[in-house]
Write a protein that binds this ligand. Structure first.
Ligand code: ADP
Length: 394
């Protein structure tokens, strides 16, 4: 007898295959298995042959469907199902179904592999993927935040550089003019001293004083700006007399008045108020200096102060050059100077500071102006109640 005809040879081949083979009939009775299948399910042959397919494979519906429609496309591919081990636990199996006929009877076969290890690896990989995705998202978010922060600081840096450039241009121009005026006045003072012309000498002394005051104010403005910028300003509320404060300011500005220029003061604030006198002084001084600066000789300036139950009001009016209509909206921008103001000395920071302070104190500032006719600035500031002071600039 040839080897290919020997049943025992077939059996050896059958049992030495890499996959488990399970043959069952349409009643789901198990009729034939190989040794690898016994190993996969951890069961002895005799015991297994008494069982049904449903005892080995959890997915009854799929087995039923295969028996009923074995030609369905889904059964052409490897299917992953759940096996039931003899010890009771469930595990992953991969199956390839097939149908065959023997002596007129229909039989169904399944080639089965234990894919537990592969599944575990797949799960580990999928977990790792989820973890990596999360990690990448997290890192991306962090990166975006860092980029955002960098952008902000870069913009700040750019803005600062811009300010520095503007300041250097401004300082070289605005500081140079009064300094050369001081120099020429002091030279003239020396000359007039020699000539004993004391009238002219004191005229130039006044000019020097006015120039030094002007330089001082510019420096004050720039320092105040820096303080506001760095939130260094500490407000200091005290009780004081507002009309006295404004009168002092008027006195200090006297030396700046041009020929025949007059300042009228209307006072309707007689009771002491509780506020930051330094800030109020900066506000009034800036507006008054502008009114003087931007109006002509024999100009007419009016300063009005008023208080009511809740507010303090300042009005500063001049009949000077006015603000051109198309530049009105820019007037509070830092370093902005209207075209018609360029013949006058200035830095363009005063109104920006005033607005910063007024708004910091929850007040409002507005103006009305007509070119070549004049300007009125109105400031309204809420009075400070003693227990309220923490709410303001500090
Ligand atoms: P500066 O007077 O140093 O230029 P300010 O910030 O005080 O800076 O004012 C900004 C600009 O607003 C001025 O350059 C000027 O164009 C305009 N301005 C302010 N006050 C007046 C005023 N009373 N009359 C006309 N223009 C004014």
């Amino acid at each position: 007898m040839q080897l290919k005809e020997k049943t025992s040879f077939y059996k050896v081949c059958f049992d030495s295959m890499q996959v488990g083979i399970l043959v069952f009939n349409s009643e789901k009775d198990i009729v034939l298995v190989n040794n690898p299948l016994l190993k996969i399910f951890g069961i002895e042959k005799e015991k297994l042959l008494q069982k049904k397919v449903d005892d080995l494979i959890k997915n009854k519906n799929i087995i039923n469907r295969f028996i009923q429609h074995p030609t369905l496309e889904e059964f052409n591919e490897t299917i992953e199902l759940t096996g039931i081990h003899n010890d009771g636990y469930e595990f992953f199996i991969a199956l390839n179904f097939g149908k065959m006929k023997y002596e007129g009877e229909c039989y169904y076969k399944a080639l089965i592999s234990d894919i537990t290890v592969r599944k575990q690896k797949e799960e580990e990989i999928s977990d790792l993927n989820i973890y990596l995705e999360k990690e990448v998202k997290h890192r991306n978010n962090e990166l975006e935040k860092v980029i955002e922060k960098l952008k902000i600081s870069l913009n700040k840096e750019k803005e600062l550089n811009n300010l520095k450039t503007k300041f250097i241009a401004l300082a070289s121009h605005e500081f140079k003019t009064p300094l050369s005026a001081i120099l020429s006045s002091t030279e003239l003072m020396a000359k007039y001293a020699e000539l004993q012309n004391f009238e002219k000498q004191s005229e130039h002394l006044e000019k020097v004083k006015a120039m030094i005051n002007h330089l001082n104010r510019m420096l004050d403005d720039l320092l105040t700006l820096e303080n506001i910028e760095n939130s260094n300003f500490v407000s200091n509320f005290t009780e004081f007399n507002l009309s006295k404060l404004v009168q002092e300011i008027l006195l200090n500005t006297k030396s700046l008045l041009k020929k025949d220029q007059v300042v009228l003061f209307e006072n309707n604030a007689n009771e002491p108020i509780y506020h930051d006198s330094k800030i109020l002084s900066i506000i009034v001084t800036n507006l008054l200096y502008n009114a003087i600066k931007y109006s002509s000789t024999n100009g007419h300036i009016e300063v009005k102060i008023k208080t009511d139950l809740n507010n303090i009001y300042f009005t500063i009016e001049d009949n000077g050059i006015g603000i051109p209509e198309n530049e009105k909206k820019l007037i509070f921008n830092r370093f902005f100077r209207a075209k018609n103001a360029l013949y006058y000395p200035g830095t363009g920071v005063g109104l920006n500071i005033v607005k910063g302070y007024v708004e910091g104190l929850n007040g409002t500032i507005s103006f009305e102006s007509k070119e070549n006719e004049g300007t009125i600035f109105n400031v309204q500031l809420p009075k400070i109640l003693i227990n309220e002071k923490e709410n303001f600039i500090n």
